[in-house]
Write a new protein. Structure first.
Length: 138
């Protein structure tokens, strides 16, 4: 099914600690998806954080189009959600988002030092505003 918004079922699926694969436009080379931590918000956007000096952020500032694909892990029934749209780079909220996502993806009792090291860098919150949402479940 193809829509312009995330459904309740999509949001439930995306609330799991799964990796998203981000692809950005703005490069003369073929797309090179990168695994990212992400958060689907109640208002239907996808947000992630990235270092303020990252290549992906430079490309998104030139051309804000991007997509995120999230798939169920091996051993589960086949399922994926793909979100495509334009992005905005937000100066606020990146640290809080990184802390929330670290707690979602890591055992912070074991990786607190990793979180501290990650938060030492300056980050930007990237918000993906869905224009097209595709999904598959089998």
């Amino acid at each position: 099914m193809d829509t312009g918004t995330l459904t309740t079922e999509d949001l439930e699926f995306l609330a799991r600690p799964l990796h998203g694969f981000l692809t950005v436009a703005g490069s003369p080379q073929p797309a090179q998806p990168r695994p990212v931590w992400f958060e689907a918000t109640a208002d239907g956007t996808i947000q992630l954080f990235t270092p303020s000096d990252s290549v992906k952020l430079r490309r998104l500032r030139r051309d804000p189009r991007a997509s995120v694909v999230v798939a169920a892990p091996v051993g589960e029934r086949e399922r994926w959600v793909s979100v495509t749209g334009h992005t905005t780079a937000e100066d606020d909220g990146a640290r809080e988002l990184a802390e929330r996502l670290a707690a979602r993806y890591w055992d912070l009792d074991e990786r607190a030092d990793d979180l501290t090291a990650m938060l030492a860098d300056e980050h930007v919150r990237v918000v993906l505003h869905p224009e097209r949402v595709r999904r598959f479940a089998f």
